[in-house]
Design a protein around this ligand. Structure first.
Ligand code: HEM
Length: 441
């Protein structure tokens, strides 16, 4: 694939981009308007949608020309390690994210129905158990890296339990996902392999014996997912929950501890954790450019010709921060703007994602109420990568607390230890899967 504007293309890789992506979006906006040529890795080109209205047009399939199917793009990729490293994130799979129309509706319904079986108060309890157990590992130290010690450990540990695997399996899953998300050739391929192994064992185990868990609900959902579809749906849910949720948590904390409006809220409630989450979703969305789309026919779109088989990426980060005349209330989505996407593929798990992030952050700040960054926020290091806005580290210090201190403490909550969450997570509390999913009666 060759785009015409390569000399001007913005680079969504390397240290400069990781340090200040907004500066690059700004330059692109000045030069190209709503749609700009970029490289997401050396030799891999894309159109980046950076205008707010243009992003909404893609996401809501204006004109009916937009598709999520990357097959035509994929077959024309060069034979390079960089291209191979992109397949994990952008290669076609039979799942909701990469399909359209009736196929998409069927996959999506399975996901939405199964997520609806998770009761919010059970999920909150599970997040509390997981986060308190993580906090108890560093609370007596007086310092921590809230990326490595906290945010990146939470989603995989929670979803590993929701999927019905023993808590001990979460470390391997976390490592596999970290490798996969780096999307840099060999490491990406290694992560993809380890992740595939985890999913294979998960599904085999649940085919053999159902439980009161997401995997079992997917298996028996009336959408009758075929084995490969089931694998890919679970792969999507694990992958889609891991990176965005980890980044949402760390990006939000980094704002709260470096901005007086939030900092004071830790003690006197000026602005809430929810406000901080919405601001992070708007100004620094976790999956900053991970909105892959394709056109079905040549299209002249907001000033740029786009051909089938060319990759288009919606930049939630650039669209959300574009100065625009669109009134705030029209694009708010509770303050998140396009942080959870829009249209048919809008995140189906935005409520549980906010619940997980909010509970985790509130546990942290209630146990460690004087958190502060050890470096100014503008010196924090961000992980390179075209798709995410992700801190490499979030070093903080705080007054240490001890296991024997009186009152509420992270040691007071039992860590999750069984092969399933401490209580069933669906409305039927004890009878197991057969009576907890409505489609099984
Ligand atoms: C509980 C954790 C999460 C789960 C299980 C989850 C799951 C998913 C799934 C399955 C999709 C594809 C839906 C479809 O194509 O119809 C999706 C889309 C999306 N999610 Fe999430 N997600 C989670 C958290 C998040 C978070 C924290 C963010 C943002 C910070 C986010 C942002 C998005 C966006 C922007 C899309 C749309 C992608 C597109 O238009 O191609 N998600 N999510």
């Amino acid at each position: 694939m060759t785009l015409r504007y390569l000399p001007d293309a913005g680079r969504l890789y390397g240290a400069e981009y990781a340090r200040d992506p907004q500066a690059i979006y700004e330059t692109l906006r000045r030069r190209h308007g709503a749609v700009a040529p970029v490289e997401i890795a050396p030799g891999i080109e894309a159109h980046l949608v950076i205008g707010y209205q243009a992003a909404v047009d893609v996401l809501t399939n204006a004109g009916g020309v937009w598709s999520k199917n990357p097959s035509a793009w994929q077959v024309r990729l060069p034979d390079t390690p960089e291209a191979a490293g992109m397949i994990g994130m952008l290669g076609h799979r039979p799942n909701a994210l990469f399909s359209d129309g009736a196929d998409h509706a069927r996959y999506r319904k399975a996901i939405s129905d199964c997520f609806q079986l998770i009761q919010p108060h059970k999920l909150r309890q599970l997040v509390t158990e997981v986060t308190d157990s993580l906090i108890s590992r560093f609370a007596a130290e007086g310092e921590a890296d809230l990326v490595a010690d906290f945010a990146r450990l939470i989603p995989a540990r929670i979803f590993n339990l929701l999927f019905g695997r023993p808590d001990a399996d979460s470390a391997g899953l976390t490592e596999a996902l970290a490798d996969l998300m780096e999307a840099d050739g060999e490491r990406g391929a290694r992560g993809s392999e380890a992740f595939g192994r985890y999913i294979g064992e998960l599904i085999q185990g649940k085919y053999a014996e159902r439980g009161d868990d997401l995997t079992s609900w997917f298996i028996d959902h009336p959408a009758a997912l075929q084995p490969e579809e089931l694998v890919q749906t679970i792969v999507l849910v694990v992958a889609a929950s891991y990176e965005p949720t980890a980044n949402l948590i760390s990006n939000t904390i980094s704002r709260m501890v470096s901005d007086d409006r939030y900092y004071s809220s830790l003690t006197n409630g000026a602005l809430s954790t929810y406000d901080a989450l919405m601001e992070a979703l708007r100004a620094e969305p976790a999956m900053s450019n991970y909105g892959p789309y394709f056109v079905r026919q040549p299209v002249h779109f907001h000033g740029t010709w786009i051909q089938p088989a060319e990759l288009v990426l919606v930049s939630y980060a650039a669209a959300n921060t574009e100065p625009t005349d669109v009134p705030d209330e029209l694009r708010s989505d509770s303050g998140a703007y396009l942080g959870f996407g829009a249209g048919a593929h809008r995140c189906p798990a935005s409520d549980p994602a906010v619940l997980i992030a909010m509970t985790a952050i509130e546990r942290l700040t209630s146990h460690l109420c004087d958190l502060e960054l050890t470096v100014p926020r503008d010196e924090l290091v961000w992980r390179p990568g075209p798709f995410h806005r992700a801190l490499a580290h979030l070093p903080v210090r705080f007054t240490p607390i001890r296991p024997d201190q009186p009152g509420d403490s992270p040691w007071a909550v039992q860590p999750p230890s069984s092969s399933t969450p401490s209580e069933p997570i669906s409305p039927a509390r004890s009878a197991g899967y057969a009576t907890s999913a409505p489609w099984s009666s």
